[in-house]
Design a protein around this ligand. Structure first.
Ligand SMILES: NC(=O)c1ccc[n+]([C@@H]2O[C@H](COP(=O)([O-])OP(=O)(O)OC[C@H]3O[C@@H](n4cnc5c(N)ncnc54)[C@H](O)[C@@H]3O)[C@@H](O)[C@H]2O)c1
Length: 414
């Protein structure tokens, strides 16, 4: 079996998740990491777990010279400059086989277009990392329901929610650096996974054509004075001045180009889900059949009483974004696999070794960016956005939401 040498840019939360996932992926090793912070620790983790002879590199150019594939796992605001540096390295002779970028591809449609253009300048296959599409339970549900979709008709409504109590780093909360609030951060997951499950069996991820978007953005918890203060103290972000939404919901309508049937994707995302930790709730409803996935259903529960809780150091040992270390806890023993990271990495390895794009490429990431930005536009205008209207398509190409401009108060405090 051929082995693909991976290099990571970024060594934070998601890079660590991918490193854990790599324990379960054959034919891929982590050989290098470049990051402003955390690189030594991640490289030591990789070596200790036999993930590869991982070295820390001082810049993008050196990393690119020493790996086959670069994964951009750094914050959204650094995407364009980092990919520009990768493309420079390729022009200077680095022999890469592929480029990976974490979700969301970009903060605006214009940035996403720039990234697609840069990858094409370097003639490199791409992978857009949207882990939820690779969740094993989703693949299993779709395989199980494929004959029913043929017999009874396709899934007509998909609902997807990703919610937790709020991100771990200040830059996520800052709409000007992140690109918005929870809609930009997690709406991209929920819109993508619903679109994916709505596609009839055997069709590509962009088969169904987006027709319209209707969405709302709100600030339900973190705009209250008490929680604004908490956010300012903990994350250094002032939601009195530059707020972002902590709740978003909406509906994307798609048309089947072969049958003209309209189907709907309903998404809900929040940073105010004060329960056990991250919850993914995804369902699909067709005529006479359905599936439902709830990531908080686990065969494993642990109970920790108040007295014993003194000994518990890390709530997140139970679950991503867990905020409690006592009571009845939901524990997921293998989150990296549960959330789809393992299959996403395996898909990229197979595609790049074959010289192809992964199942989801950067052009797909651009389409998801367009849908998220259309959702912001809908929330700002308080109306349904017609995605088939050439004037709207043109407007989205240069659109930056008021929230991402730092003018969220005009939308969220009205
Ligand atoms: N798929 C998922 O579910 C998922 C989960 C979390 C994060 N993400 C995405 O992954 C990306 C990173 O998120 P995170 O949670 O790991 O962030 P993080 O803040 O925890 O880590 C960011 C890492 O990038 C490094 N970094 C920052 N700027 C850099 C630069 N200019 N050059 C090199 N390194 C730089 C930091 O030092 C750090 O090591 C984001 O785009 C985020 O949306 C995806």
């Amino acid at each position: 079996m051929q082995t693909l040498k991976l290099g990571f840019i970024g060594a934070g939360f998601v890079a660590k998740f991918h490193a854990v996932a790599l324990k379960l992926v054959r034919g891929a090793e982590l050989v290098g990491v470049y990051a402003l912070k955390g690189a030594e620790e991640l490289a030591a983790f990789a070596r200790a777990n036999q993930l590869g002879p991982c070295k820390v590199y001082p810049n993008v150019a050196e990393l690119c010279k020493n790996c086959d594939v670069v994964a951009v796992l750094a914050p959204n605001f650094a995407r364009v400059e980092l990919v520009e540096q990768i493309v420079e390295a390729v022009k200077a002779g680095a022999e890469l086989k592929g480029l990976i970028c974490e979700k969301p591809l970009a903060r605006t449609v214009a940035e996403a277009k720039r990234l697609v253009e840069l990858a094409s300048q370097a003639s490199l296959p791409t992978a857009y990392f949207e882990n939820q599409i690779h969740i094993k339970a989703i693949s299993k549900a779709l395989a199980q329901l494929a004959p029913l979709q043929k017999l009874m008709g396709p899934i007509a409504l998909a609902r997807s929610a990703e919610e937790h109590a709020g991100p771990h780093e200040g830059w996520f909360w800052d709409p000007t650096r992140q690109g918005g609030g929870v809609l930009s951060d997690m709406g991209c997951h929920s819109i993508a996974v619903s679109w994916f499950v709505l596609n009839p069996p055997g069709k590509p991820p962009t088969f169904l054509e987006p027709v319209s978007v209707n969405a709302e953005t709100s600030l339900l918890k973190w705009g209250q004075p008490r929680y604004r203060r908490q956010l300012l103290d903990r994350m250094g972000v002032d939601y009195a001045k530059t707020p972002a939404e902590d709740f978003a919901t909406g509906i994307v309508t798609f048309r089947n180009p072969e049958t003209s049937q309209l189907v709907k994707a309903q998404f809900t995302n929040s940073w105010m889900y004060d329960k056990q930790g991250l919850r993914l709730l995804i369902d699909g409803l067709g005529p006479g059949y359905a599936f439902e996935l709830n990531s908080l259903s686990s065969p494993l529960e642990v109970f920790i009483g108040d007295e014993a809780a003194e000994a518990v150091a890390d709530a997140e040992g139970a679950l991503e974004k867990a905020t409690a270390s006592r009571g009845l806890l939901t524990i997921q023993p293998n989150e990296a696999d549960l959330y789809g990271y393992v299959d996403e990495l395996a898909d990229a390895r197979n595609a790049f070794l074959a010289g192809k794009d992964a199942l989801l490429n950067w052009q797909y990431g651009l389409e998801i960016t367009r849908l998220c930005q259309a959702a912001y536009l809908s929330a700002e205008r308080r109306k349904t956005i017609d995605l088939t209207d050439p004037a709207i398509q043109q407007e989205l190409n240069s659109y930056t939401s008021l929230i991402a401009q730092g003018r969220g108060a005009e939308v969220l405090y009205k």
